[in-house]
Design a protein around this ligand. Structure first.
Ligand code: ZN
Ligand code: ZN
Length: 327
C-alpha cells in the first residue's frame, strides 16, 4: 500500500505566525513559543511538506504539569522537567477522506441521476397509492344473474418431432441438432478498475499519513454459450377440444377422438383439462353488465335470475368476483 508521511501544521498563538510545521517546529521559529496544545491541522494539498524517513514512536503526550506537547520518546518534560508518566495523548484530528478516482462523466451525471431517481421514487409511491386505493376501496352493490355459461376443454397431444432450442451441453436424449449459435446464457461480475480515495490520518506526533484506499469496481458481463436448434420427438399439444353450454345445462367434457393410441410417432393422448365458469351480472338500477369467472360451487349457487350482492371497486367500477353471494 502506498503510504506517505507529511507534516501537520499549526499556528503560533503568541506572534500569529501561521502554517508552522508540526514535527520540525516544536517551537515557533519567529518568537520561540512552544507548540503547547495548539491544534494542528491538515495542510491544503498544494502546501504539503513531506517527512523523509519518518520514525514513529507514538502520538505526542501532553505534559500534565505545563500542558506542553512532548514527544513520546521523552521520559521528562523538556519544558518544565516534570515526569511524563501517565500523561494523556494529544487530541488528534479526525481522518479526512478525499478525492477518489471517480470518472468525470459519472460525477457529472450524478446530479441529473439524483433528480431522475427522485422523480422515479415519487412515481412509484404514486403508483403504490393508486394500487392500494384500487384494491382496498370498494362499495356494496346489488346484481341479478343475467346469464351463466360454462366451458370445458381437453388438450390433445401428439408424439412426434418438434423444433426447439436447448443449450448444446444439455441436449435432451434423442435430439437431432439442426444448427448452433452463440447466445447469452448468464451474466457474471467482472472487475472493472477500482475506486480509490485518499485518507489522511493524524499520527499525533506532528505528522500525518496519507494512504490510498481502493475498492474494486465491478460490471456485469454476458456469459455466452453454444445454443442448439434441435429437432426432438416429444409430446406436444396439437389441438384442444371444447364443449360449452348455458347454466341450466349440466357441464360435460368434450368428446376426444385420438388418431392412434400408444407411444408411437403420430400417436395421440389426452393432455390438460380445464374448466371455466362465467356469470354475466346485470347491475340493479342500471343497464350495465359485467362478467365474472367463478369457481364451480359459486356457479351452482348463482342460478339464472338469482339476486346477488357483492362489491365493486370504487375506482373503475369492476366487480370483485370473490365477493358475490346470493341474497
Ligand atoms: Zn510565534
Ligand atoms: Zn511540562
Amino acid at each position: 500500500m502506498d503510504e506517505k508521511v507529511y507534516e501537520m501544521l499549526w499556528d503560533c498563538r503568541y506572534c500569529g505566525t501561521q502554517k508552522l510545521l508540526g514535527k520540525t517546529h516544536r517551537h515557533c521559529p519567529s518568537c520561540g513559543a512552544p507548540q503547547e496544545n495548539a491544534p494542528r491541522y491538515f495542510p491544503p494539498d498544494e502546501e504539503k511538506v513531506a517527512v523523509q524517513d519518518h520514525q514513529f514512536f507514538g502520538a505526542d503526550l501532553v505534559c500534565p504539569h505545563c500542558t506542553e506537547n512532548q514527544s513520546r520518546r521523552s521520559k521528562h518534560c523538556g519544558a518544565c522537567g516534570g515526569p511524563l508518566e501517565g500523561a494523556a495523548e494529544v487530541a488528534r484530528r479526525a481522518d479526512v477522506l478525499s478525492g477518489g478516482a471517480t470518472p468525470p462523466p459519472a460525477a457529472k451525471k450524478s446530479n441529473a441521476g439524483k433528480i431522475i431517481a427522485a422523480v422515479l421514487l415519487l412515481g412509484l409511491l404514486g403508483a403504490v397509492a393508486l394500487a392500494l386505493v384500487f384494491f382496498l376501496w370498494k362499495r356494496d352493490a346489488a346484481f341479478e344473474v343475467a346469464e351463466q355459461t360454462w366451458e370445458r376443454s381437453i388438450a390433445v397431444e401428439r408424439y412426434g418431432p418438434v423444433e426447439d432450442k436447448a443449450w448444446c451441453d444439455e441436449l435432451p436424449s434423442g435430439a437431432e441438432v439442426i444448427s448452433r449459435s452463440k447466445a447469452k446464457r448468464s451474466t457474471q461480475k467482472v472487475e472493472d478498475g477500482e475506486d480509490c480515495k485518499t485518507r489522511k490520518v493524524d499520527n499525533g506526533d506532528g505528522t500525518y499519513t496519507e494512504k490510498q484506499e481502493c475498492t474494486p469496481r465491478y460490471k456485469d458481463e454476458a456469459v455466452m454459450d453454444d445454443e442448439c436448434k434441435i429437432r426432438v420427438k416429444r409430446w406436444s399439444v396439437v389441438r384442444t377440444e371444447k364443449s360449452q353450454g348455458p347454466g341450466d345445462q349440466a357441464p360435460t367434457w368434450p368428446e376426444v377422438r385420438l388418431a392412434k393410441e400408444g407411444d408411437c410417432e403420430g400417436c395421440e393422448r389426452e393432455g390438460e383439462r380445464k374448466e371455466t365458469y362465467r356469470v354475466v351480472l346485470a347491475s340493479s338500477g342500471s343497464s350495465e353488465h359485467s362478467e365474472c369467472e367463478v369457481d364451480p360451487s359459486r356457479f351452482s349457487r348463482l342460478g339464472p335470475k338469482t339476486r346477488v350482492k357483492g362489491q365493486v371497486r370504487a375506482l373503475g367500477g369492476g366487480v370483485v368476483c370473490d365477493s358475490l353471494t346470493p341474497e
